[in-house]
Design a protein around this ligand. Structure first.
Ligand code: SAM
Length: 272
């Protein structure tokens, strides 16, 4: 199948594809079989953007503005939440994602808000093949980076991000607090509720190499994502080793946090 045919097939896929043993599906390329159109549509139907914007506040906007950043590449744009928000806040945003279904949805979501988003389909491992120019900042949000299952791919993606940034560029990358999940013998008792109680996300299986999250929707439908649980300090080390001079880590949008409390960590890495 040609690349274009494969992309078109992806755009119409409605069922997620896993092997007979889904816990063995630990390949990075697998994300394109997970973000099927039905999952993407349902997600956006139920996650109220206004609620999400309220819970996150001005955090990313403030960080970018405080450092005078203007051009932003959202490398995991998903359905476009941050690309739209940052565009509305006055940044010059390019929205990219490795999944064709996501890029299409982000464009649609932008258009329904009166914006024409600049979009591109780009896998992080080959980012600079598909994205031109250098940016003031790159954002990789929503626990996206943990779709990479191998260390060599993480290093490669970070090298691509680094190269796509100007000399004083900034990378903002977030992740779930997997340390808490791995260290506390995580049970499925802890549920994350997204913006009210419409969608729940809970870990279905956690081991050192896999965190399989299950998303349950009010109509009874369920979807899963196989992610790689990366630890906070390991991620900080990878960022430093990729060449970023300063890495500051926030917990749930706060500068101070109790180590196991936050659900999310946000790393802000500066090139110089
Ligand atoms: N940032 C969005 C948000 O917060 O709503 C989307 C988050 S979603 C959990 C993860 C996104 O990362 C998906 O849109 C997926 O297609 C993208 N992604 C995963 N692996 C990727 C890769 N190797 N290259 C490019 N995009 C990738």
């Amino acid at each position: 199948m040609s690349d274009t045919m494969a992309e078109n097939a992806e755009l119409t896929m409605t069922d997620q594809v896993y092997s007979d043993d889904p816990l063995a599906d630990r390949e990075t390329d697998h994300y394109r079989k997970e973000y099927v159109r039905t999952f993407v549509d349902k997600w956006d139907e139920l996650i109220d953007w206004a609620g999400r914007a309220e819970s996150e506040g001005q955090f990313f906007i403030d960080i970018l503005r405080a450092r005078g950043k203007e051009t932003v590449l959202d490398v995991a744009c998903g359905t476009g939440f941050h690309s739209v928000r940052l565009t509305e806040a006055g940044f010059d945003v390019t929205a990219s994602d490795g999944a064709a279904s996501m890029v299409a949805k982000a464009f649609e979501n932008g258009r329904s808000r009166g914006l024409i988003l600049k979009t591109a389909q780009a896998d992080w491992r080959w980012l600079n093949r598909d994205i031109n120019g250098k940016y003031d900042a790159i954002v990789c949000l929503g626990n996206s980076f943990t779709h990479l299952h191998k260390e060599s791919e993480r290093r490669r993606a970070l090298a691509e991000f680094y190269a796509a940034l100007k000399h004083d560029g900034l990378l903002i990358l977030d992740q779930r607090n997997y340390d808490a999940m791995l260290d506390r013998g995580y049970t499925t008792k802890h549920k994350y509720y997204y913006c009210g109680d419409q969608v729940t996300a809970e870990p279905d299986h956690v081991d050192e190499g896999l965190c399989r999250m299950r998303y349950s929707f009010p109509d009874g439908s369920e979807y899963t994502l196989n992610m790689c649980p990366i630890r906070k300090n390991y991620m900080r080390r990878l960022l430093s080793e990729a060449g970023f001079e300063r890495v500051r880590t926030y917990g749930d949008f706060q500068e101070t946090y109790a180590e196991d409390d936050p659900d999310f960590f946000i790393h802000v890495a500066e090139k110089s």
